[in-house]
Design a protein around this ligand. Structure first.
Ligand code: DX5
Ligand code: ZN
Length: 228
């Protein structure tokens, strides 16, 4: 049964104190940190790249960096992100013609491979072959590019569809997720939860982390029982 993993998005953090912000989240119960890498091509904004991730992995020993690569040429950055200490390399299916080769490359560099789909990409964009080979599937619940957007309910059925096809896989949701929207995500079968604004904007982030986590674990137990 896939377990709940909370991955706060540092996009909503104080970038001037990035390492300290990551430590604060780990102390608050976060297992992963979601690092949004934007290149100004795949999405209009630019955030950070491998040099900054290198500093964070040095400053926060043992950190699990869940790298969300919103970049036009995902194959181009695999080596740099691996050298920077990235643990998971999640690329967008819309940005590549050869996802299978890319997943193999990511695995060769000893990272987990994630495959993301934007709101307008159907779940069938992730073929059975790609889904089986990947370690994680990411269903975007906002258009990639910036934090603080409104959750798009219409993306939720894609989570259910992927959960049916891949019962044991990590399935992540990202965008507008927080205490108000976690129920539908958890019920649909998502177990890796990204939240930026909802966690970093909270007075007590540890309480939000723990609520998101317990909601997912409860839903996963229910889904597993229903399958039996
Ligand atoms: C959007 C990013 C998200 C974003 C989530 O392009 O991929 O990770 O930071 O932020 P919130 O939770 O504020 O929607
Ligand atoms: Zn993201």
């Amino acid at each position: 049964m896939p377990r709940a993993i909370i991955s706060p998005s540092v996009l909503a953090s104080d970038f001037g104190q990035l390492s300290a912000e990551c430590k604060r989240m780990i102390k608050g119960g976060a297992e992963w940190l979601h690092m949004d890498v934007m290149d100004g091509h795949f999405v209009p904004n630019i955030t950070m790249g491998a040099p900054i991730l290198t500093c964070v992995s040095k400053g926060v020993p043992g950190i699990f960096m869940d790298c969300h690569m919103m970049v036009a040429q995902p194959e181009k950055w695999v080596n740099d992100i691996a050298d920077a200490g990235g643990a998971l390399y999640c690329f967008h299916i819309e940005a590549t013609n050869d996802p299978i080769a890319l997943i193999h490359f990511i695995h060769e560099r000893k990272m987990k491979a994630g495959v993301a789909i934007s709101p307008d990409t159907p779940s069938s964009g992730i073929t059975d072959e790609v889904g089986e080979l990947a370690d994680m599937l990411l269903v975007m619940t906002v258009y990639p590019g910036r934090g603080g957007q409104k959750f798009l309910d219409r993306c939720v059925p894609k989570v259910s569809e992927l959960r049916t096809r891949f019962p044991e896989k990590d399935i992540e949701v990202d965008g507008g997720v927080g205490p108000k929207t976690i129920d539908v995500c958890a019920d649909a079968g998502s177990n890796v939860i990204v939240a930026g604004t909802a966690i970093f904007g909270a007075a007590e982030p540890e309480k939000v982390i723990s609520l998101l986590k317990s909601t997912v674990d409860t839903a996963q137990a229910r889904i597993a029982a229903a399958r039996r």
